[in-house]
Each structure stands twice: as C-alpha cells, then as structure tokens.
Design a protein around this ligand. Structure first.
Ligand SMILES: [Zn+2]
Length: 344
C-alpha cells in the first residue's frame, strides 16, 4: 500500500511528497509535526458526493464515483478505478507493468480508496480513482531502488508511452513511493482524452465540450443505448413505436415522420438537426419518456441510476457526476450539451 493507504490502515502517517501545488500544505503539516500529530490529522471520511472535492490532480473525489473493475493477470484491483479515460490509462499501465516489469500479485495491488487528509482540501488521487498501487510489499513507501535497472527502463518506457499523463511515485522529489502510479493531469486536460483515445478506449471521455454540441449520427441498422434514447425521445414527442434499442424500419418511419413535422430533411438519419429538435430539457422533478432515455444512457456510461422515468435526487447526482466527467457545467440539468454527451 502506498503512503495514502498506510496512514489509514496502520496509523503511521508520512509525508506525501507530491509536487502538485495542493500538496504543499500537507507536506508542511507532516514534515513539521510528529508522527502522532500527523496520525491525528488523518481520517477516513464518509462525506457524500455533494462535496465538490477534487483530488490532487483535479479529478472529482467522492464516495460515489463511477468505478470500473480493473483486472490484469491474476489481480483484480480492489474497488476498481475511475470509469472512462482513467480506467483505460491505468489499465494500460497495469497490463504493461504485469507483462514487462513484474507479474502482479494478488492481494498486493490497490485502486480506488476514498481518503482525505483532515485539515486540508487535499484528497489522495486514490480518492478519485485515478491512482493504482502495484505489488506494494516489495515496493514499500519510502524505499527507493526496489526495482532493477532493467525494470526501471521498462517503467520509463511505459511512462513515455503515456505522454506525460502518468506519474510514477518513484519519481517523487521527496520520499519515494515506488508502488504508485497516478494520473497527473485533470479531467479537462485534452492530453488525458487524447491518450485514452491513443490507447484505444477514450471515446467515453471526450475533451471539454466545444462551442456547440457534437451529436452522434444514428441511422437504421444500429442498436444500443443511443437508439433507446432516440426511441424514448420520439415517444416523448408522441410518436408510437416500441422501445427496444434497435433502429429498424419502424423507428426509421417515425424519424422520417418527426423530421417532416419539423420541416427537416426527411432522410431518416438522426444527426445534429434532428437531435436538436428531439431533445428536451429535463431536470429534477421531471418524469416521462425523456427521463427514461437519459437514465438509460447514464447507466450505460457507468453512472448508474434507477431507470424508472422519475428524475429524482439520485438521478440528479448521477447526472452531475456524468457532467463533471465530461467537462460540462455540473448543474444536473439535462439540456442539449448533456444530451449530446449522453448519446455519444
Ligand atoms: Zn498509491
């Protein structure tokens, strides 16, 4: 376990030698105090998602993150890591570590762990699901030189492939944390999404929204959550059809009818103009087909919520978390930008 875990579990606190600006306070606190005083400053929190906290690297930290299971070789990282780009990137790091540096061992690796250091606003990057620890007992906190020169070269190769998005705890300027890998760039940094795309899984975390939403183009023959959303929105506008997530001839006929009713080109293809006409703004207190549709998309993207057509507080919390993850205004209101991101 790395320093952030160690304090919680064994009661031994330590300096957290990150270079991030937000760490300065912690370093002073720890380096200037006794171990006992530092232990007193550490606590496990049960704070809810309402707090708009972020970890050191700028990612939202809370007890209700969208987490995805991360399994590499024999190891499933406890509690997983953050869904989307962090999962893609940390998964890449873990897989290459397992293949090229050292086989991952069961019970020696960690992912998400919600922790805050009391008295500061700083959360561990584990608290945002954007850090992992690998083979902790062999590469324990404070130790340096736990990897051979060949292993360090392999680690450098992995880091190099990550384009500056990932930092290794062995590179901390102060106390080393050689078990630890983390994202060093925040959710709005385009480098994160670019890396995730390069590694093959970044489509779920696009860069911050452009001036106008970019809508997925949907047509006959496709199926999936975005077709379900389309069908729900058609139902919302009174169009009779079965909601089955499959874009067949019946759905196409209803799209054409809707397009004609709005003076749009009746081509049966749902692009920006048709989506813009179909989408309806929904917020807490709303009910109906459109709410079913947005709940379905949010769940499909890892922001789980009941799919009951009722926009309650849990749906609002899921939407806020989704909006934050996509760099959208986190107001819990589903308007054009959020709809575009939900069906993306
Ligand atoms: Zn760690």
């Amino acid at each position: 376990m790395c320093n952030e875990h160690l304090g919680a579990i064994t009661g031994t606190a330590s300096g957290t030698p990150l270079n991030a600006p937000g760490k300065a306070l912690n370093r002073r606190l720890f380096l200037g105090g006794t171990a006992a005083a530092a232990v007193g400053g550490l606590s496990l929190l049960g704070a809810g998602p309402a707090a708009a906290a972020t970890s050191q690297n700028g990612w939202p930290a809370s007890t209700s993150l969208p987490l995805s299971t991360l399994t590499v070789g024999a190891v499933t990282f406890p509690q997983g890591v953050r869904t989307g780009a962090p999962h893609t990137i940390l998964g890449y790091v873990a897989r290459r570590f397992n293949n090229e540096v050292e086989t991952l061992r069961k019970g020696e690796c960690w992912g998400y762990n919600f922790r805050k250091i009391s008295g500061s606003t700083s959360y561990s990057n584990h608290a945002s699901g954007t850090a992992i620890d690998v083979n902790a007992p062999e590469h324990f906190l404070g130790a340096s030189g736990t990897f051979s020169a060949a292993q360090v070269r392999a680690i450098r190769s992995i880091l190099s492939a990550c384009d500056g998005v990932v930092r290794w705890g062995g590179d901390y300027s102060g106390r080393k944390d050689e078990m630890h890998f983390e994202l060093v760039k925040g959710p709005a940094d385009p480098a994160v999404a670019a890396l995730a795309r390069k590694l093959g899984g970044g489509s779920s975390t696009p860069p911050p929204s452009p001036a106008t939403p970019t809508w997925r183009v949907v047509r006959r023959g496709q199926h999936g959550y975005f077709v379900t959303a389309l069908q729900r929105l058609l139902r919302q506008h009174g169009r009779p059809l079965t909601v089955d997530g499959v874009f067949g001839s019946g759905t196409e006929a209803q799209v054409v009818a809707f397009q004609k009713s709005r003076g749009l080109a009746p081509d049966g293809i749902v692009g920006a103009n048709t989506w813009t006409a179909l989408q309806v703004t929904r917020k807490e207190g709303s009910t109906g087909h459109a709410v079913f549709g947005l709940q379905h998309c949010a769940s499909a993207k890892g922001f789980g919520t009941a799919q009951d057509g009722v926009f309650g507080p849990k749906t609002a919390a899921a939407i806020v978390a989704f909006q934050r993850s996509r760099g959208l205004a986190a107001d819990g209101v589903v308007g054009p930008r959020t709809w575009a991101a939900l069906v993306a």
